[in-house]
Ligand binder design. Structure first.
Ligand code: DAH
Length: 339
């Protein structure tokens, strides 16, 4: 029995050395020291020993148990230390390393320019209002003095959703919606998307943006229109910016005009930027047609107004020297990151 005890101790020692984790150590504890373990099995044979041998073997058995218990404790501690060292190594943080920067994105060039324009008009007492992009034919055309048979409907290739619902071809319908809801004095700016069924190229897109303006009050004249729009242009392009008005036709204004500003590259001489003209078109405008005021229940004998419509892409293209309209809508990060 002595040798059996000795062998168990040695065997247990080797097995523990090979145990790879605490679960394996626990299995070995059960195997050697458990109720049905190897050591217990030997102790059960003690009855067959002589009274003299019993205490000697008993003591040896206790020593073997104590030895194995301490081996188990040692192995557990060693495994624990190794696990901790492994975790510490894996979780090491180099606090001196520079942080990873989260990309913050940029403002879209169209938004940059839109905010500038809004800022200028807000400073002159305008409110910003919005209207729907899916619009009634009535607001987009009819109420703007363009009945179904009106020839100027042809100049705007319209996406029809039904006979009387369209994708708005201009922001001008917001004029009507505003005049229906508010009493003069009215001073509003209305930016937004507009749609025309144009083929895509460097200067055309079926979706683009306009900024509509409307002022209605007692005694508003062409002088107010000119003063307001000249002030706007100078705020946008600098105090030396010059503007000129050319007669034009819009169904909802009378008289109507287009406003150009003198080319800043050649100062009116004519160059590539202004295509030899010396002037660059900026917006359409005019005095609100009395019929349009009446359509909205505003007495044209008492009130008058002016209105204008600006193409947002055109301003942004010149501001940032962008030569292709498509760049605005393609979301190419190499383009967008430049702003
Ligand atoms: N709606 C016109 C267009 O799409 C722009 C415009 C011209 C708006 C004259 C106006 C205006 O309010 O008075 O080309």
């Amino acid at each position: 029995m002595k040798t059996a005890l000795e062998n168990i101790r040695i065997e247990a020692g080797k097995a523990l050395e090979a145990a790879a984790d605490t679960a394996a150590v626990e299995q070995l504890r059960v195997l050697y020291l458990g109720k049905k373990g190897k050591l217990t099995a030997i102790l059960k044979q003690m009855g067959s020993l002589s009274p003299e041998e019993r205490p000697v073997v008993g003591q040896l058995a206790n020593e073997a148990r104590a030895k194995i218990e301490s081996l188990i404790a040692d192995r557990k501690e060693a495994l624990g230390k190794a696990a901790l060292a492994g975790r510490l190594a894996a979780e090491t943080l180099d606090v001196t390393m520079p942080g990873r920067k989260a990309p913050t994105g940029n403002r879209h060039p169209l938004n940059i320019v839109l905010e500038e324009v809004e800022e200028i008009f807000l400073g002159m007492g305008f409110d910003v209002v919005e209207g729907p992009e899916v619009e009634y034919d009535y607001y987009n055309f009819e109420a703007l003095n363009m009945p179904k048979t009106h020839p100027s409907r042809d100049t705007q290739d319209t996406f029809y959703i039904s006979d009387d619902i369209v994708l708005r071809t201009q922001t001008s319908p917001v004029q009507i919606r505003t005049m229906e809801q508010r009493k003069p004095p009215i001073r509003i700016l209305s930016p937004g998307r507009v749609y025309r069924s144009d083929a895509v190229d460097a200067t055309h897109s079926p979706l683009f943006h306009q900024i509509e303006g409307l002022v209605v009050d007692k005694g508003i004249t062409m002088a107010d229109l000119k003063g307001t729009l000249a002030t706007f242009t100078q705020s946008l392009y600098g105090p030396e910016a010059k503007v000129r008005f050319r007669p034009h036709h819009f169904a909802y204004t009378e008289p109507s005009a287009e406003m150009d500003f003198m080319c800043y590259a050649c100062k009116g001489e004519g160059c590539r930027l202004c295509k030899g003209e010396g002037w660059i078109e900026l917006l359409g405008c005019g005095m609100v047609h009395p019929k349009v005021l009446e359509n909205c229940g505003i007495d044209s004998a008492v009130y008058s107004g002016f209105a204008f419509g600006i193409g947002l892409e055109r301003i942004a293209m010149r501001r940032f020297a962008i030569n292709d309209l498509r760049l605005f809508y393609e979301n190419d990060l190499r383009f967008l990151r430049q702003f």
